[in-house]
Design a protein around this ligand. Structure first.
Ligand SMILES: [Fe+2]
Length: 227
């Protein structure tokens, strides 16, 4: 992993890292077989509708319908096949369906905000959802998170587990966001911004955004948190 391509555990502008960053040196645990064995849960339970967050309720959610798709690759550029990709996000108004989200924005009865899918033989995944809104988060005065989608991937083993966030191009909040800015390397930060893609865009229906994800290695997508 190149220097600065991953966020530090302690980054004071991102206030909650001050309390959760380890205060003592990390203890390295020896790897054993269980670290290398792929997680086996999830695969059989994943239904096609799980990848379409606009079809999980009686009606369609409000907001801008989008397609989010890309490839999951390993550090050598090989596709990571048949791997679980999960995402979660707030609704178009910037509100999560979660007990502790008290942002005074409306919930959407037709949007839960969670999806999952399995990559195909080319490492491709594809979700249909709505574009999430920005939301305030009290990290500092007038702090707003840029629109983002949370991703979790297991890859081929627990050692390649990745939790990260995908952003949208041209968002003016990125320059002021301590979560995004905690990654020192500009190229690594850029890798978290999806690209608008006309080939993924479907006429009369939805804009398409491409987001490729690299698990482990020097070109790894920055991890959200390694604790
Ligand atoms: Fe979030």
């Amino acid at each position: 992993m190149s220097t600065g391509s991953q966020p530090p555990l302690l980054y004071p502008p991102y206030a909650s890292t001050v309390r959760r960053a380890p205060a003592r040196p990390l203890i390295r645990l020896p790897h054993n077989f269980s670290d290398f064995a792929a997680p086996v849960y999830g695969y059989r339970d994943v239904a096609e509708v799980d990848a379409d967050l606009t079809c999980q309720h009686a009606g369609e959610p409000l907001g801008e319908r989008i397609v989010v798709s890309g490839r999951v690759l390993d550090e050598d550029g090989r596709p990571v096949r048949r791997t679980l990709v999960e995402l979660w996000q707030c609704n178009a108004a910037g509100r999560y369906r979660h007990a502790i989200d008290d942002h005074p924005a409306p919930l959407d009865p037709n949007f839960s905000g969670a999806g999952r899918t399995i990559t195909d033989d080319d490492g491709q995944y594809r979700f249909v959802t709505i574009k999430p809104g920005a939301y305030p988060w009290r990290n500092h005065h007038n702090a707003w998170r840029p629109a983002h989608i949370h991703f979790s991937l297991f890859g081929e083993s627990f050692l390649s587990r990745l939790v990260t966030q995908m952003y949208f191009p041209g968002d003016p909040l990125l320059a002021r966001d301590p979560v995004f800015q905690s990654i020192a390397d500009a190229g690594a930060r850029e890798s978290l911004i999806s690209r608008f893609d006309l080939d993924l865009t479907e006429p009369e229906w939805a804009l398409g955004y491409r987001f490729d994800i690299v698990l482990r290695g020097p070109r790894s997508t920055p991890f959200e948190d390694r604790t």
